[in-house]
Design a binder for this molecule. Structure first.
Ligand code: SDX
Length: 391
């Protein structure tokens, strides 16, 4: 029942000097200024600090792109080497965080374990509540270095395996795969994971990044904001889609089963995971690279089954719904081809996105305005009080 106003909202709003608008899901609403990335949804283009993501995916490493995002400049060789070395020396976890991970049940969701561990990191970080730009940069570096260790450590604990210490000689992605499996990965595998993190790095005010900015806008600290970002990313409409997409491919089984699967799903009004996007109206430029990587890894493994199912599903979804796949769709096949456990897919999205979240936290802390939108009230007003003995 709509509230009875003495004046209509149209009469009241000008007096309140407010240009309120109710935009569900904030679709199309510009809620902040940023110099970090730009998305052209109509043309399917994405830039990090003015560099086209296609050029970065082709030529850059993940940490090179992180440096670009944080310092607004491509690093010289000596700068990149120093940056990589600083992060590599910070990969180990504090004992309190290891204890926190060790206490978690083996069947805990890895995204929940990651959320817990980052929160625990915030309790032992010596600069936890210092939100100066210098402290934020140092904390961001520690988080980027430590999140892969958290994911690998939790997975080793739940499999009742000895921990594998980080190897400072290995690059960011190779070291994660080494800590996870205990064996040094192939160059192809490490490059594929590194590029997936580059593609996940930064994407404007998506739900999890917006979450981190809202937290940072209260002048809360970096770890609080990143913990909140992990929480938002966990959902299947956002980062959780890469896991759901792989489960869906396994359920479909073969390319020939795609049409009937889509028939049933659409009849039941289900969302097909890995398809559609709030901003892109054409191909997600990140999917272009992930599709290529999925094909390369499948050919290398001599097993193109999941790639073939994926391609068939792409055709079906475009023909039936006019929808393109998004970043999560082929990332699923890439990670599955690397032999990664499906419930580690979204934590790996978080590993890649943490540097982007941190960049937005720093940007918000430097140019802050508390983020506080309004809601359209749809309830009643001035309801009469009724004593409890008369209810
Ligand atoms: C990420 O925002 C970002 O940038 C996110 C991200 C990043 O880098 O941070 O790019 C990462 O989260 C990618 C998205 C991962 N999520 C999924 O793949 C889940 C499946 N996708 C959908 O839930 C959906 O496409 C969203 C959530 C991604 C976008 O939803 P919108 O913009 O709110 O659009 P909508 O749900 O209102 O759908 C519009 C229409 C509807 O049809 P009608 O009811 O109007 O007839 O499109 C249909 C929807 O039914 N539709 C789908 C669909 N996505 C949209 N139908 C079937 N399957 C889908 N996947």
């Amino acid at each position: 029942m709509r509230p009875f106003f003495v004046d209509t909202l149209e009469q009241v709003l000008p007096r309140m000097n407010m240009t309120e608008q109710n935009t569900r899901g904030l679709a199309g609403v510009v809620a902040a200024e940023t110099g970090l990335s730009f998305i052209d949804g109509a043309e399917g283009r994405l830039w990090y600090r003015g560099f086209d993501v296609h050029a970065l995916a082709k030529h850059a490493s993940y940490l090179e792109s992180v440096y670009l995002l944080w310092y607004d400049a491509l690093p010289a060789a000596i700068e990149l080497s120093a940056f990589e070395g600083t992060l590599a020396r910070q990969r180990a976890l504090p004992p309190a965080v290891l204890d926190a991970l060790r206490c978690l049940p083996a069947d805990a969701a890895p995204m929940a374990a990651l959320r817990t561990a980052v929160s625990a990191l915030g309790q032992v970080d010596p600069e936890a509540d210092d939100i100066s730009h210098e402290a934020d940069l140092r904390k961001a570096g520690r988080l980027v270095a430590q999140l892969p260790t958290i994911v690998a450590t939790f997975d080793r604990f739940r499999r009742d395996l000895d921990l594998v210490d980080p190897d400072p000689e290995l690059d960011h992605a190779a070291n994660f795969l080494y800590m996870l499996s205990g064996t040094r990965p192939s160059e192809t595998a490490a490059r594929a994971l590194d590029t997936s993190w580059l593609l996940y790095l930064e994407h404007g005010l998506n739900a999890s990044t917006f979450t981190t900015r809202v937290v940072a806008s209260t002048l809360a600290d970096m770890h609080s904001a990143i913990t909140a970002g992990i929480s938002a990313l966990k959902g299947p409409l956002h980062g959780g889609a890469n896991e759901k997409a792989m489960e869906m491919l396994l359920e479909i089984g073969t390319a020939g089963s795609v049409p009937s699967f889509v028939d049933t799903a659409l009849e039941q009004k289900q969302k097909i995971m890995g398809f559609g996007h709030r901003v892109y109206r054409t191909e997600d430029p990140r999917a272009t690279h992930l599709r290529r990587m999925a094909e390369e890894l499948s050919l290398e493994a001599g097993d193109s089954r999941w790639y073939d199912v994926s391609r068939r599903l792409e055709v079906e979804m475009f023909e039936r719904k006019g929808l393109h796949c998004n970043v999560d769709f082929y990332c699923a096949t890439v990670y599955y081809s690397l032999g990664l456990a499906i419930d580690l897919f979204t934590p790996l999205f978080a590993v890649g996105r943490t540097a982007g979240w941190a960049a937005h936290v720093m940007e918000q802390h430097m140019h802050n305005k508390l983020i506080r939108p309004r809601a359209e009230y749809t309830g009643e007003l001035d309801r009469p009080w009724v004593p409890i003995d008369r209810r």
